[in-house]
Design a protein around this ligand. Sequence first.
Ligand code: GDP
Length: 297
Amino acid sequence: SIDQRVDAPEDLEPRAPIVTVMGHVDHGKTSLLDYIRKENVIAGESGGITQHIGAYGVELDGGQKIAFLDTPGHEAFTAMRARGAQVTDLAIIVVAADDDIMPQTKEAISHAQAAGVPIVFAINKIDKQGANPEKIKEGLAQMNLLVEDWGGKIQSHDISAKTGEGVKELLEKVLLEAELLELTANPNRQAYGTVVEAFLGKGRGYVSTVLVQGGTLRVGDYLLAGQNSGKVKAMQDERGNSVKEAGPSTPVSVLGLDGAPQAGDKFSVFEDEREAKAIATKRTQLQREQSVRTQRH
Ligand code: GDP
């Protein structure tokens, strides 16, 4: 395979966890992601993130980083998994404390479990009158999901995505859980990773947000992403700053591809421009043939 060259153990370095937020509709996924984005909670650097690029990184007080996929809900998670992309290291599942464990909560739990991704529960809306976090934890216990307060091993924290109460502690628990995973990648090789989202930007050409999973992506690199390819002309982080390079677990928006790859498409860097282009063309042809075949049947 083109992007999964095996790294020698001595080349591996710790990398930040990549986190997805899931949960039932209206339980507060967007609010939590917005709060974290706005406050950059622990480092206290406020209002830094200026553009929605489908993923963002936060740096905490101790210098630890977390990368968030900024597409709440299960669609992104399942779409990516359907394309064989396992991007998420850890799932935060938001459950509103003034509601019950709902169908999409259960769905989120089974998605995470099927992917072998550890869960940290965020019991949300504790600022609301009638919020009952213990009822939620009891409900989880009945599903054989014992959170720490209940003598189990699963992390959970009571939060309010509205006031921000408990969010910092929630992220600390995410980091603790991530530590157990001993996440590593080799930054000193050609980059590979996954496309998070892509669109045609006004006057900018195609803008693709990618999440680097291994290696370091640099301006000037030649990329193959799904059915598209092109030379990286410029890169920006979620603050709109130009960046020259992006290492493992870094989300970055890339200018220079000849089209918009799909969320969940893998990308990798090629030495040989012609080779990358040939593969992209071949993939487009195969796709066309396939859709013609499906139309016939
Ligand atoms: P999503 O569908 O899971 O993304 O949920 P949203 O983040 O859109 O939240 C749904 C509604 O709940 C919105 O009206 C939010 O303002 C509200 N909400 C979310 N979190 C909290 C919270 O912690 N406290 C209160 N009082 N309201 C919240």
